[in-house]
Design a binder for this molecule. Structure first.
Ligand SMILES: [Fe+2]
Length: 251
């Protein structure tokens, strides 16, 4: 099976459209989405519809939780808070119903999906230290944990019985083609595919990952998209201009 792993789309339909085109070219069989489909960008409903049409497996992100009133908007910075309040107004009852059905974690063998970290997905901690990766990998009950939230791609290989980190990959060239061992007893892997709709690693192109479970190979991809069109929609919607500016910088 070839899986597409998408995270942090953030209402950016232009980026999502480019990514889905690339996924079709790569003959992806199934779509996995790690949350934050909405927030920041100007087309939250359209992004939710596209994922529903693909029958994607979806977990909830902090932006979904905030739109549902499960997370205090005070938790967010000013621009994010403004975007959440705007997004709430845009979502239909059907959209909100959809958001309510997304769990915080889910298992789709050999994957565990979560927006941020395990074992406390509801905290939406940013995984920035190796110790957090170890906690997540220790709590993960499947071969691979898929997590987003930081908007930066990474891959961690963990020796489960020895509780030892064997590999950490963050450089784009290292993430392009990664072989892993399908050894669910001895290995655990963490994959963050980066962000579709608001990359924060200095590369404005949309990011996602493809995992080929038959070949035990995965890769992080970057595809160009119409950034100017996404920026125009954000400005026309009256969202904070900073949210448009940052797309061009990939920050
Ligand atoms: Fe996000």
């Amino acid at each position: 099976m070839r899986y597409a792993v998408l995270s942090d789309i953030h209402g950016n339909l232009e980026a999502l459209t480019a990514v889905l085109e690339a996924c079709r070219a790569e003959r992806v069989d199934r779509y996995l989405c790690l949350g934050d489909i909405v927030g920041y960008g100007a087309q939250p409903s359209a992004c939710l519809e596209r994922l529903a049409a693909l029958e994607a497996v979806v977990v909830s992100g902090n932006h979904e939780q905030a739109c549902l009133g499960m997370l205090d908007p005070g938790w967010f910075n000013e621009a994010a808070r403004a975007a959440i309040l705007w997004t709430r107004e845009q979502l239909s009852f059907g959209d909100l119903d959809r958001l309510r059905r997304y769990p915080l974690t889910c298992m789709e063998e050999p994957f565990t999906l979560v927006h941020a970290t395990l074992p406390r997905p509801e905290r939406f901690d940013y995984l920035v230290e190796l110790g957090q990766a170890v906690d997540t990998l220790t709590a993960c009950r499947t071969l691979m944990c898929l997590a987003g939230h930081t908007h930066q791609a990474c891959f961690v290989e963990f020796d489960r019985p020895a509780r030892r980190v064997l590999r950490v990959l963050t450089a784009p060239e290292a993430l392009r083609e990664v072989a892993y061992e399908d050894e669910p007893v001895t290995r655990r892997y963490l994959l963050n595919p980066g962000s579709v709709g608001q990359p924060r690693d200095g590369d404005p192109r949309a990011g996602f990952a493809v995992v080929d479970t038959a070949q035990a190979r995965l890769g992080v991809r970057r595809v160009p998209y119409d950034v100017a069109a996404a920026q125009r929609r954000i400005r026309e919607a009256g969202l904070p201009p900073f949210l448009a500016d940052r797309l061009a910088a990939g920050r």
